[in-house]
Design a protein around this ligand. Structure first.
Ligand code: BEZ
Length: 213
């Protein structure tokens, strides 16, 4: 199938996992979701990534995000690998790892890029909102572990900008000033939405304190 694009509904599926069978949409419920693939069990970078994800459980929970990993290994392989992640990363894996040995989910989410590797999944990650829409897609090569602080930063931006007429500048992090969306021009509405005021650096670049702070 064609690759997923932002705004598409994240495909539903039923697949085995380290925590038993999962029906994806039902498992997500009303939460935000992060589905991320890694190339293979028992590999070094993946071990650090899954350890980091486990350690960030509290941060994901604060943002109402459920996390699920995936590789084309079996549930049995995941179960053998998880103690290594726990022991080497000083954590407890507290989220399911999809066992996509039949590549059902990999095909739905276009996770195998044959010109990179014909059998293993790339490091892709999807942020999915409570309406099941895909809101972020990133794909990294096998040799580069992801920055999970960046994933949290994007979730913060999405959750903020969904509820206020703002966008977040480059390198923004929670608490920094944001920009008023260019489509908002009515001075009365601006005054009401941004009582702390704003600075117009140019007519289209209007900085304002983060409105939910
Ligand atoms: C890793 O997770 O360390 C890894 C996986 C596949 C290729 C290279 C590195």
């Amino acid at each position: 199938m064609a690759s997923l694009r932002l705004g598409d509904i994240a495909p539903d599926f039923e697949q085995a996992s380290s925590e038993g069978p999962i029906r994806f949409h039902e498992w997500l419920g009303d939460s935000w979701g992060i589905l991320f693939s890694h190339p293979a069990d028992f590999t070094p970078v993946c071990t650090t990534e899954l350890g980091l994800t486990a350690k960030l459980k509290g941060e994901f929970a604060k943002r109402n995000v459920k996390v699920i990993a995936l590789s084309v290994d079996t549930a049995e392989s995941h179960s053998k690998w998880i103690p290594d992640i726990d022991n080497t990363q000083g954590t407890v894996v507290n989220f399911p790892i999809l066992a996509d040995a039949d590549r059902k989910v990999s095909e739905l989410y276009d996770l195998i890029h044959p010109n990179a590797n014909s059998t293993l999944t790339v490091r892709s990650l999807f942020v999915i909102d409570p309406a099941k829409k895909v809101r972020l897609i990133i794909t990294y090569p096998a040799s580069t572990g992801r920055n999970f602080d960046e994933i949290l930063r994007v979730v913060d931006s999405l959750q903020l900008t969904d509820h206020h007429s703002v966008a977040t500048p480059g390198n923004w992090k929670d608490g920094d000033d944001v920009v008023i969306v260019p489509s908002l021009q009515d001075p009365e509405v601006i005054k009401q939405k941004f009582p702390k005021g704003y600075t117009a650096v140019t007519p289209y670049l209007r900085l304002t304190p983060q409105p939910n702070r």
